[in-house]
Design a protein around this ligand. Structure first.
Ligand code: IMP
Ligand code: MG
Length: 177
C-alpha cells in the first residue's frame, strides 16, 4: 500500500505487465505505420512516460512532439474549447497518433480532436494507456488501448493525484474506504 496526499492506493498493474503491453501496442503501430513516418503527439503532462516508453519500442521511422491542452469557455454554441499549446508542426498530410494517458469521460479528447482535424492530417488515431469504459460520456474511441480498467481513480506511470504520484513505476488504484 502507498499513500499519496490523503489517500491510500494499492498495487494494480505492475511495471512488468505495463512493459509487456506497451510492447504489444508498439508492434501494432510498427505493422500499421511502416513506411508512413507517423507523428506521435503526446499530450502533457500525463502521457510523458507512456509516450516515451511507446516511442522507444517503435522500430519504424517516426517523429514525436508534445502539446499541452488549455481549455477555456467558448460561446454557448461551441461550449468548452480546448486548444493545443506548442503545436508547431505542419500536420497537413501527416499520419498523426495522439498519445494520451487516459480517456475517462472522453471530454478532453472530444474537445481537442477538432483542433487536429482542422489542420488536415492524412489520418488521426488515438493511442491511450488507460480507458474507463463505464465512465465514458462522449463519443470518442481509442484505436490502441493498453488497458481497460474499472471506473476507479488510479495513480502512477505518469498519472497523478493532485500533482503527485506520476513517478511511480507501477500503476496503483484507490483503495476502498
Ligand atoms: P476526461 O474525463 O476523459 O476528459 O479525462 C480528463 C483527465 O482527467 C485525464 O486526462 C486525466 O488527466 C484525468 N484523470 C481521469 N481519470 C484519472 C485517474 O484515474 N487518475 C488520474 N487522472 C485521471
Ligand atoms: Mg491528461
Amino acid at each position: 500500500m502507498i499513500r499519496v496526499h490523503d489517500k491510500v492506493f494499492i498495487p494494480f498493474i505492475s511495471k512488468t505487465e505495463i512493459q509487456k503491453r506497451v510492447h504489444e501496442l508498439a508492434e501494432m503501430i510498427n505493422a500499421e505505420y511502416a513506411g508512413k513516418k507517423p507523428l506521435i503527439l503526446g499530450v502533457l503532462n500525463g502521457s510523458f512516460i507512456f509516450a516515451a516508453d511507446l516511442f522507444r519500442e517503435l522500430t519504424i521511422d517516426a517523429e514525436i512532439s508534445f502539446i499541452k491542452l488549455a481549455s477555456y469557455k467558448g460561446t454557448s454554441s461551441t461550449g468548452n474549447v480546448v486548444t493545443a499549446i506548442g503545436l508547431e508542426e505542419d500536420l497537413h498530410g501527416r499520419h498523426i497518433i495522439i498519445v494520451e494517458d487516459i480517456i475517462d469521460t472522453g471530454k478532453t479528447m472530444s474537445a481537442f480532436l477538432p483542433e487536429i482535424h482542422h489542420r488536415h492530417p492524412e489520418s488521426v488515431k488515438i493511442a491511450v494507456f488507460l480507458t474507463k469504459p463505464e465512465a465514458l460520456q462522449y463519443d470518442v474511441k481509442a484505436d490502441f488501448t493498453a488497458f481497460r480498467i474499472e471506473d476507479k481513480f488510479v495513480v502512477g506511470y505518469g498519472l497523478d493525484y493532485d500533482g503527485l504520484g506520476r513517478n511511480l513505476p507501477d500503476l496503483y488504484i484507490l483503495k476502498d474506504q
